[in-house]
Design a protein around this ligand. Sequence first.
Ligand SMILES: [Ca+2]
Ligand SMILES: [Ca+2]
Length: 396
Amino acid sequence: MKSRIPDGSTPRVAERRSRSGVILLMTMVIPLTAAMCWSKDSNFFEPEPLDATLLPDLDAPIYGQIRPIQGVGVLNSNVLSFTLNDPAGTNGAVPSGIDPPTVSARLANGTAIPLSANGVNYTGSFSTIPDGALTVSLSAKDKAGNTGTGSLSFSLDRTAPNVALTTTPATTATSEADSVRYTVGGTVADPHLSTARLLVTQPGTDAACGTADDVAWPQGSSGGQVSQNTFDLTADVVASGQFSRTFTTYNGVAPGGASRIAVYCGLLEAFDTGKDENGVDKRNRGAVMWRSELTWSRPATSFDIVLGTRCQHFSGFSFVFLDVSTTPAQANLGYTATVTGPSGGLIGTGNHSGNLNAQGQATIQQTIQLFGTYNWSLTAGGVTRTASKVVNSSSC
Ligand SMILES: [Ca+2]
Ligand SMILES: [Ca+2]
């Protein structure tokens, strides 16, 4: 028995309404129920996570810690090193890992640089590679076939500047002059020259040039000095590859002083712009030395000796005098003098010695007993002068 429809609708319409109601109810209940069920674990609308091991490795190996560093310029080192990692994929893939046989370092001409690995660290050596401009190409694959690359460009230079002396002072020399001029010339060559200089030094207690106890010759224009002891040659050798310098050495022997040897050590040294694999200065150094021994004597031309003669008669004998003066005055300078005359004329040996006074003067007295010509010779400070005096009865 069918129930009556109160609102007078036909049963067909009522049934449709009834189904619509159920559908409406279900469209409200099911999402709610589903939302209640799914909200505990994850977002219903997101795809279920995939197994990462099933994802393709799309990311290439990555280089790190590459040495020599980029921009090192001129490398004075044999070190090649880097790290190599296969990164986790940006797609979430597990990295496939470095494929060891594919890791290589090659020069532009194809020369392979042997590498050794320790974990992620790789090392090689340029020791067998000649100096010159290099580009090193790094390459490595992972096991999925992705290729990572790196490139290094620098100039390999482990060679000292080529230095040579073409003009040097005499190995040994003597001089009585106030000063002696030295000339030093040479050549310097390097493809990456930084600086070049010339130093004038004297040996230390070991008497050898080029050792640690060498000291610079004092600079100045007085005795025992040199006019200059340090020369920057960089501009000259950069421009032309060669240089020439002169300097003056000054006689340091005091008036009346003994001769002495002065040793002049010349050091020519040059540096290039080499750096180590970390970019720290590691300059190659080229150096060459010369040695000059100069025996200085008291300068003969730095003063003059003026002699004058006199005599004085007494009963039965006379004095013949030598008056000595020096210009400029050589205070207290030692001298030796001899006087000769007619046979038997001298009383005594005729030999005299002593020191000039504070005014650089002296009077030497010789007793004689015969008339005649008396010849004096006096030497002081390496200078010798002579004078004669005729002694007779009518004059002195
Ligand atoms: Ca990879
Ligand atoms: Ca060099």
